[in-house]
Structure formats: structure tokens, C-alpha cells
Design a protein. Structure first.
Length: 361
């Protein structure tokens, strides 16, 4: 059995502003380690399969960045003309595979910008998911929650369908949107819920049938794209289809509506979606000084506790008497925020858009 990893790399990474920009989003940054997040994701899945079976779905505006990452490797590169969320993205990869005769072998949908500590454990779970998907199942990996997190969606577990290699494989009762604090605490205490990782495994045949039923307008466009792949006017066909696609996630468009049983494998491999400066600080606390400060780039802190400085500009950053702040310094923008409110950067982005300050987005 072969697994075809589909790495979704078209996100805008707005929660990592001002380091992440429209032209250089989060997945192309070195924010954890010496390599970009997309490079780390590619290397993580390479032991499972041949490089020619790794599919990267990105945005055409990042063409040069994507080509640089591919280099001489044989990764497949599919470029969307516009971002239309995850359902069209996954559909594009599925029709690409179907056109090449891959129908009943599993594809594994992976965000390009996640962190995983125990990669060996992750690959074992992903391989197990692939075997289940090859039998016709839709499989997702749910993360065993370590805290009552309000920034993630949740999966409510149903009955145990299988037990393989000591792992309980359950059906999913329902997908749950991001909860409030009390609700999240109750979920964790119950033991019936997992975090939604956004990782799905299924065959092209299975997911395309689901798209045909639940998103027929998307399926019609995907058929046009499938016929045009490899043709001289491929880009024009892609653009025409994508102009008519809704922006819709695979969760909302398919997973919350399907009657097809969805199985979930629990993942306990040190996962994070690295969704904010605060979560990145948490991952990098092993680098902290005696006062809990993490400094990347030129920075000096005095009488300061639990702060994160991310400085990619040539100017020195100095802080005195600070606590619990994230400071991100670039050549043309500076962010100073309460670490606990780093998710609220979206409000800054919206305000900048309304003022027409696109040059700093």
C-alpha cells in the first residue's frame, strides 16, 4: 500500500503577523528550527513514500517560494489560482491522482505548518490510518487533549469500531466548533473528546464521491479541472473553475454532513498547530532563560519575565520591567501584545485592511 501525502500550503498565516505576510506566510518561515515549516512537514512524511508521491498544494502567488522548496526533488506541485479553503484544495489533489489512475490508494491530507514532536509515533498512526482508508473508510487523527483549549475544534468519540495495536479506533459522533472555557474544561474531563487536528486520510474515490454528493458545484468544477490537467490551457481552466468555487472547509462541507462513517485514531505524538505567537512561545520554552524569556534575533531584556522576542530586523530590541509580552520586530512593522491575547492579532489585520495599509500585510 502506498500513501500519497497531500500537503496543504496555501494558507495566509495572518496570526503570525508581522513576520508572516501575504507574500511570505507562516509555512515559509523558519519559526521553529533551522528549516521552514513546510520543509519540516515534507521531511516528516518522506519515510512513508517516494518523493514523487508527495503532493504540495499551494497558491500561485507563492510560485517562486514553492519552486525553491521543490528544487531538484520530484514532488508534485499543484498551484491554486485563489485560496478557496480546504475542500477545493483536497478535491484538486484527488482529481490529479484519479487522472493518473490512483483511485483506491489513500491520500493523507496534512497542513504544512504543524509541529509534531514524536515523528516516529506520528508515522505509525498515519500508516494505520492509511490501511483503514484503503478499505474505504474516511479517517481522521484526533489529538488527545492536554488542556481545555478554546482555540481548537473538537471531535466527540462514538463507539469503538476496532482495536489495532493497542489503539481504540472509534467512530466520530460529531464535529464541535471551538468551545468556550467551561465547555472545553468539561470536554477534557469527560474523556470523550479529542482535538481536531485537520489531518484526514481517505482514497480519491471516497472523497470525490462525497464531494459529488455534498458539494456538487465543486465537483462539476473539479471534473473540468481533471479534463484540463496537462493541457496547454490548464491554468485558464483552473482559474475559471476556482472563480466559481465557494470558500468552504472539508470539515463543514463534507465531514459534518456525510452519512459515511468517519473513524478517528487518537494521536499522542506531541502535536501543535502553532496557531499563535503564544503557542510558539510555549513550544520554545525549552530555550528560555532563567526568567522564562525566549529571544530570537538581537534583543536584551532586564527585570523581565515570560516574554517572547522575535526580532528579524537589524535594530536592537530592548525591554525593561516587562511581563508576559510577545514582541515581534520587522523592518517595517512592530507588534507588542499580551501573550494571552496573541490570537487577537486578527483584529489588527482587519483594521489595517480597512485603512488600506496593504503594504504591511
Amino acid at each position: 500500500m502506498e500513501i500519497y501525502p497531500v500537503i496543504m500550503a496555501g494558507g495566509s498565516g495572518t496570526r503570525f503577523w508581522p513576520a508572516s505576510r501575504t507574500h511570505l506566510p507562516k509555512q515559509f518561515l523558519n519559526i521553529f528550527g533551522s528549516k521552514t515549516m513546510i520543509e519540516q512537514t515534507i521531511e516528516r512524511v518522506t519515510p512513508l513514500t517516494g518523493e514523487e508521491k508527495i503532493i504540495i498544494v499551494g497558491n500561485v502567488v507563492h510560485h517562486e517560494l514553492l519552486e525553491k522548496i521543490r528544487g531538484p526533488k520530484r514532488y508534485v506541485l499543484l498551484e491554486e489560482p485563489f485560496g478557496r479553503n480546504t475542500a477545493p484544495c483536497i478535491g484538486l489533489a484527488a482529481v490529479y491522482l484519479r487522472k493518473r489512475g490512483v483511485i483506491s490508494e489513500p491520500l493523507a491530507v496534512l497542513p504544512a505548518d504543524h509541529f509534531i514532536a514524536d515523528e516516529k509515533r506520528f508515522l505509525g498512526i498515519l500508516s494505520m490510518a492509511g490501511r483503514l482508508a484503503a478499505e474505504g473508510s474516511i479517517v481522521t487523527i484526533g489529538i488527545v487533549p492536554s488542556r481545555p483549549e478554546t482555540g481548537y475544534g473538537y471531535l466527540k468519540k462514538g463507539a469503538v469500531r476496532y482495536q489495532k495495536e493497542g489503539v481504540d479506533i472509534c467512530e466520530i459522533k460529531r464535529f464541535v466548533e471551538k468551545p468556550g472555557g467551561d465547555e472545553a474544561l468539561a470536554y477534557v474531563k469527560s474523556g470523550d473528546y479529542l482535538w481536531n487536528s485537520g489531518i484526514f486520510v481517505m482514497t480519491p474515490e471516497t472523497i470525490l464521491k462525497e464531494i459529488q454528493v455534498h458539494l456538487p458545484e465543486v465537483y462539476e468544477g473539479l471534473l473540468e479541472i481533471e479534463q484540463g490537467l496537462g493541457e496547454k490551457n490548464e491554468r485558464e481552466i483552473l482559474r475559471s473553475a476556482y472563480e466559481n468555487f465557494p470558500s468552504i472547509s472539508i470539515d463543514y462541507g463534507i465531514m459534518e454532513k456525510t452519512d459515511h462513517p468517519i473513524l478517528v485514531l487518537p494521536g499522542d505524538f506531541g502535536w501543535s498547530d502553532v496557531g499563535s505567537w503564544g503557542s510558539l512561545y510555549g513550544l520554545r520554552k525549552t530555550e528560555a532563560d532563567d526568567h522564562g524569556n525566549v529571544v530570537q534575533g538581537e534583543g536584551m531584556l532586564f527585570e523581565t519575565d515570560s516574554c517572547f522576542v522575535f526580532n528579524v530586523a537589524s535594530k536592537m530590541v530592548a525591554g525593561v520591567g516587562l511581563k508576559g509580552l510577545v514582541i515581534v520586530n520587522t523592518d517595517d512593522a512592530l507588534l507588542v501584545a499580551d501573550m494571552k491575547r496573541s490570537q487577537d492579532i486578527k483584529n489588527v489585520i482587519e483594521a489595517l485592511r480597512q485603512k488600506g495599509l496593504d503594504t504591511v500585510l
